[in-house]
Design a protein around this ligand. Structure first.
Ligand SMILES: O=P(O)(O)OC[C@H]1O[C@H](OP(=O)(O)OP(=O)(O)O)[C@H](O)[C@@H]1O
Ligand SMILES: O=C(O)c1cc(=O)[nH]c(=O)[nH]1
Ligand SMILES: [Mg+2]
Length: 196
């Protein structure tokens, strides 16, 4: 898929939000890609994830498992894994730290790709990769639908993005005046109900 085709899917699903958003990293941004609005449509999700799976298959041979950081990564991880014909697992936050969900297993000879929805700073993928390495998993790459860092994020493994789409993000104490004038909202799940 071309960059415009991917962005059109987000626009058509009403997922390209403008305002003042607190990102997972704590940075602030005038744009939020509300992926949940895309993932409510199976046909659109299938189209994006089929294209991502094709990229993964072409660039990373022999993938045996997909693991995604909850919550946002679960649906695209599952759909991408379906196209790769491998199992779809996920990590979830337990007292703020990612852990492989209870019941899932990864063998020493598995070749794991972490599949994420959106990358901003890459922090969530790094945390997921760290959690997987801690239990001995071989993480060979990561992949995402949209890389908002424009290729700058370091996720600790090779990152395949369906598209790069550079969006501004600012520390909370360095907001441009037009952004500071808008009350901020936090759409993501990190930090809810006492979770760090
Ligand atoms: O590259 P980063 O700076 O880590 O930002 C991107 C992360 O932010 C969002 O997750 P969030 O923590 O908001 O929770 P969610 O997955 O439940 O939406 C998104 O799903 C990515 O995981
Ligand atoms: O950085 C984030 O938290 C983030 C940005 C974005 O555009 N979409 C999203 O789901 N998370
Ligand atoms: Mg997430």
């Amino acid at each position: 898929m071309t960059k415009d085709e991917v962005l059109d899917v987000f626009r058509e699903c009403g997922a390209m939000l403008e305002g003042h958003f607190i990102l997972s990293s704590g940075l602030r941004s005038p744009v939020f890609l509300q992926k949940a609005r895309v993932f409510q449509y199976p046909a659109q999700t299938e189209k994006l994830c089929r294209a991502l799976a094709e990229r993964i298959r072409a660039e990373i041979p022999g993938v045996t498992k997909v693991v995604s950081p909850a919550i946002g990564g679960i649906i695209p991880g599952y759909e991408t894994a379906r196209h790769l014909d491998v199992p779809a697992l996920y990590t979830e936050r337990v007292e703020g730290q990612f852990e492989l969900r209870r019941g899932f297993e990864i063998a020493a000879d598995d070749r794991v790709v972490v599949v994420e929805d959106i990358v901003s700073t890459g922090l969530s993928i790094r945390e997921c990769v760290d959690a997987l390495r801690k239990i001995g998993a071989n993480v060979v790459a990561a992949a995402c639908l949209i890389d908002r860092s424009g290729g700058e994020a370091d996720v600790g493994v090779p990152l395949i993005s369906l598209i790069e789409y550079k969006v501004p993000a600012y520390p909370a104490d360095q907001l441009p005046p037009d952004l500071a004038a808008i009350p901020p909202v936090k759409p993501g799940s990190r930090g809810i109900q006492g979770v760090k």
